[in-house]
Each structure stands twice: as structure tokens, then as C-alpha cells.
Design a protein around this ligand. Structure first.
Ligand code: SF4
Ligand code: SF4
Length: 274
């Protein structure tokens, strides 16, 4: 059964309860940060902030209105991060979350290049850095609970459930509230579909979303792009293996020759000792 989240931006009041709940549940430390020009804080996702709420001042009719956008991993149905990762550290679970096996990661960061939403972040300041992102609270879901962000939301803006039921709910909200929403469920088709879905009353591109209409993101899954990365990755890895193997053989052989030369020219071997 595949789960997801429906984030109704008309209900979000920007309280950041979801952002804080994510920090608490995942035991993520606070970090020194700055206010963005739009007063959101932090200005972008980091390795220690897996969920953030963006602020957007947009024109709606003849009024300027604030809209708030909780942002985290979209948990793509066919994840580009997974396709790009040649050691298979990223994987899509049947339950919906896209997870990461840190013990397999070699730190190549192809996942970061491949992700169309710019989600995975690297622990640049760690001695043994890893890639970090939202895990949709997989353990909570397995335990029959909802993700921490959905649980904390005081307005019901973040709804957790089965993806097919969330899609039906989103369609129902659009159909039963004519004129309230833009007639589009973000994440239904983007990048081949995602487990996280959004509803909005202003066009998504005005809220910083990459859209199919503007050619910023395909409606098809991204893995075809990632495949190209992997096709490059394997020859590069093979070349490096060959180069390093050659260097190893050369260094080893040189040591052997030097040892042999020393032995042949040592006073003992020449009968010049004692
Ligand atoms: S949003 Fe990015 S990191 Fe998340 S599943 Fe999709 S490709 Fe992977
Ligand atoms: S907790 Fe709910 S209302 Fe508050 S910022 Fe997050 S989604 Fe919006």
C-alpha cells in the first residue's frame, strides 16, 4: 500500500509546526541561519533541515496575499535519485517513502544532481559526510502512525493517507469548491508522479514550483536522465579502477625491483662482508 501526503496550501498558515516537528522527531540539531528576503527561515533545505516552510507574497485578484509552502522530499514514484545511485543507496519502498542506506553511499552526490526538486543535501562539514533528506518518517508509518509533520499540523493543511485516496480527496476539493483552487494537483503527474501532492489557489509557478507548462520539469519519470548519468558513471568508475590498478601494479613492481637491486648489491651478497 503506497502512502503519501496532500498539502493544501490554502490551509497552511506558515506556523512552521511541521518544520519543528520534523526537527524534533529526527533529532536534527538547530543550526545558525538567516532570514531570507521573504522572511522564511532557513532560506533553503540543508542536511539538518529536512523540511522548511517557504514564504511567498503573490498577487491574487487585486490583492497581495501571503502563501506558505512546506517543502521537503516529494518521494517520487520513480525516483531520479534512486536511478542515479549506482550503489543503490536510494530506494523506493512499497509504502511510498524513498529511503537511503547510508552504509552503501560512496559520496559521489549523483543523487543531488539527478533530483529535479533539489532535495538531497550533503553534510559538507562532517568528516564522513552523508546525504540527508526527509524520510517521510518511515518508522512511524510502519508503526501505524502518520509522519511527524502531518501529526503536528494544527490546520489539517498536511494530510497523510493512501496516495490514491489523497488524489480522490484533492479532486473532490477542486470539484466541490469551484473557483477556489487552480485546477491542478501538483505531483499527480510531475516527474512521473510523486507521493507528496499539493493543492493551491494561486498558480504553482508563482510559488516557486517547477512546472511542466514552463518546461522546467517533465511529466515523465526522470530516470531516463539519470540513466545517462549512470552510463557515464560506470565507464568513469571502470577507468579509475584501471588507472588505480595500474598505479598499484607499477608501485609494487618498482618496490620489488628496488629490493632485488639492493639485495644484489649488498656487501653480504657480494661476499664483501665481515
Ligand atoms: S524529490 Fe528528489 S530526493 Fe526526493 S525522491 Fe524525488 S528525486 Fe529522490
Ligand atoms: S504545520 Fe501545517 S499550517 Fe503550520 S506550516 Fe506546516 S503545513 Fe502549514
Amino acid at each position: 500500500m503506497s502512502y503519501g501526503m496532500l498539502i493544501d496550501l490554502t490551509l497552511c498558515i506558515g506556523c512552521k509546526g511541521c518544520q519543528i516537528a520534523c526537527k524534533q522527531w529526527n533529532d536534527l540539531p538547530a543550526e545558525k541561519t538567516t532570514f531570507n528576503a521573504d522572511w522564511s527561515n532557513p532560506p533553503e533545505l540543508t542536511a539538518r533541515t529536512w523540511k522548511r516552510v517557504g514564504h511567498h507574497l503573490v498577487q491574487k485578484g487585486d490583492k497581495l496575499v501571503w502563501r506558505f509552502v512546506p517543502q521537503a522530499c516529494m518521494h517520487c514514484n520513480e525516483a531520479a535519485c534512486e536511478a542515479a545511485c549506482f550503489v543503490h543507496a536510494f530506494y523506493k519502498t512499497p509504502e511510498g517513502p524513498v529511503l537511503y542506506k547510508e552504509n552503501l553511499c560512496v559520496g559521489c552526490r549523483y543523487c543531488m544532481v539527478a533530483c529535479p526538486f533539489g532535495i538531497p543535501k550533503f553534510e559538507w562539514d562532517e568528516t564522513f559526510p552523508l546525504v540527508r533528506k526527509c524520510r517521510m518518517c518511515y518508522e512511524r508509518i510502519a508503526d501505524g502512525q502518520q509522519p511527524a509533520c502531518a501529526s503536528a499540523c494544527p490546520t489539517g493543511a498536511t494530510l497523510f493517507g493512501r496516495r490514491d485516496e489523497l488524489l480522490a480527496e484533492a479532486r473532490n476539493r477542486i470539484n466541490t469548491n469551484p473557483g477556489k483552487y487552480v485546477p491542478h494537483i501538483y505531483g499527480e503527474k510531475e516527474a512521473g508522479g510523486t507521493s507528496v501532492l499539493y493543492l493551491s489557489d494561486v498558480p504553482f509557478h508563482e510559488l516557486g514550483f517547477k512546472t511542466v507548462e514552463k518546461g522546467e520539469i517533465p511529466a515523465e519519470p526522470i530516470p531516463s536522465f539519470s540513466d545517462r548519468i549512470v552510463r557515464w558513471t560506470l565507464p568513469v568508475a571502470a577507468t579509475w579502477t584501471a588507472v588505480l590498478g595500474g598505479l598499484y601494479w607499477y608501485t609494487k613492481r618498482r618496490s620489488e625491483v628496488e629490493e632485488s637491486f639492493k639485495r644484489q648489491n649488498s656487501p653480504q651478497d657480494n661476499g664483501e662482508g665481515s
